[in-house]
Design a protein around this ligand. Structure first.
Ligand code: XIL
Length: 367
């Protein structure tokens, strides 16, 4: 090794290797892949949601993604209302553009989502309540899983089936699926999904299981009950997806969340963090102050999540702060853009990136 190289390496270490990588990384340069590598070292796959439009429009995003993440998931492009707003053949063009990009670049794919009470086209919501509801549900699951058969590693077969506020038995959500088909629709959907794409890992996906806050005990109980019932009845389910849209103003409870994870893992299920981002609504201050709150909150959450070895996938809901669903879903009152993701608008790592890196570094290795 030459003297220059040694010196450079010493300077590099003195500056803090991860900070240099974090600060200096550009699209296509090695630093961008550091977070993925840190996760992979512990047996965790890092992924990102991407939407078809920015993927088509942003060359630097296309250049960055293959090195930076191992998995992609479309944000909306596989949803029922997106592919089939009216009865008739579904249109998977946009979802295929993401699947094709993943495949061409050696990345894996998550599927999101076959059945969700939102983004449900009106015609389907009506049909689910009618005499033909079961067949309509079945053909939707077959259509979307069939389209991507053999290409999806993990499928969110059913999304958000629990809602304690609806007052139904077992805390199930009074969605058109539930009202039209009864509580057994979840089991049916998983059976149809397994038949359609036998090699995909099948997930139930939900939110709101990480806080000590009103209604959240019931949410955890509802999700666990649902998973227990599915397992007891030999329904083909492989895992729980925990969306992890973190809300910095809500009290994260490490103990409750850790116990919940252990209970899910105890059922023999995998756990994926499927839609990670940090919402700092109501957090005041300049960007540095906000980023500190975001990074600290994420670190506390991820340390607990990654402590559970059943967690093997971590997906962020978007790649960079250029676009986040939060800006339209619940805009900040001060008009500032959210900063919920590990890469900033210039695709450079943010303090959240560093928090995630530290959490991966501190995580136990998966066997
Ligand atoms: C969001 C999308 O990102 C937005 O583009 C859309 O307008 C609304 O849905 N939980 C989920 C995701 O499971 O499908 C949602 O995605 C975010 C909340």
């Amino acid at each position: 090794m030459s003297a220059t190289l040694v010196l450079n390496r010493r300077d590099f270490m003195a500056a803090g290797a991860s900070l240099v990588l974090a600060g200096g990384a550009r699209a296509g340069e090695p630093g961008l892949g550091t977070l993925k590598a840190k996760a992979a070292r512990k047996g965790v796959a890092l992924g990102s949601m991407v939407a078809a439009k920015p993927l088509a429009e942003q060359a630097d995003l296309r250049a960055a993604l293959p090195g930076a993440v191992a998995l992609l998931v479309p944000g909306d492009e596989m949803k029922w209302g997106y592919v089939q707003p009216r009865p008739g053949p579904p249109d998977f063009t946009a979802a295929e553009s993401i699947a094709g990009f993943a495949q061409a670049n050696g990345m894996g794919l998550r599927g999101h989502t076959a059945l969700w009470y939102r983004n449900l086209p009106d015609w389907a919501a009506q049909a689910l309540l009618g005499f033909d509801g079961a067949r309509v549900m079945e053909s939707r699951v077959r259509a979307v899983l069939g389209q991507f058969k053999g290409r999806v590693l993990e499928w969110d077969v059913v999304n958000e089936a629990v809602e304690p506020k609806d007052g139904e038995p077992d805390f199930l959500r009074a969605s058109p699926f539930y009202r039209g088909l009864g509580p057994g629709y979840v089991a049916s959907a998983f059976r149809i999904a397994r038949e359609t794409d036998p090699n995909a890992k099948l997930f139930y996906n939900d939110y709101g299981v990480e806080y000590r806050y009103r209604g959240m005990d019931e949410r955890r109980a509802g999700v666990l009950k649902l998973l227990e019932n599915l397992k007891r009845n030999d329904v083909p389910i492989d895992g729980l997806g925990i969306q992890s849209h973190l809300v910095a103003r809500l009290p994260f409870d490490p103990k409750l969340f850790r116990r919940f994870l252990a209970e899910v893992a105890g059922l023999g299920l995998a756990v994926s963090i499927t839609e990670f981002d940090v919402n700092d609504f109501g957090v005041e201050g300049d960007i540095a102050a906000r980023d500190r709150v975001i990074a600290d909150y994420a670190r506390r959450f991820l340390d607990v999540a990654l402590d559970e070895k059943a967690v093997r996938t971590v997906m962020t809901w978007g790649f960079s702060n250029r676009e986040s669903w939060l800006n339209t879903f619940a805009p900040r009152r001060d008009g500032q853009q959210y900063r919920p993701l590990p890469f900033d608008v210039d695709l450079k790592p943010t303090p959240l990136w560093t928090a995630m890196a530290q959490a991966f570094d501190g995580a136990p290795e998966r066997g």
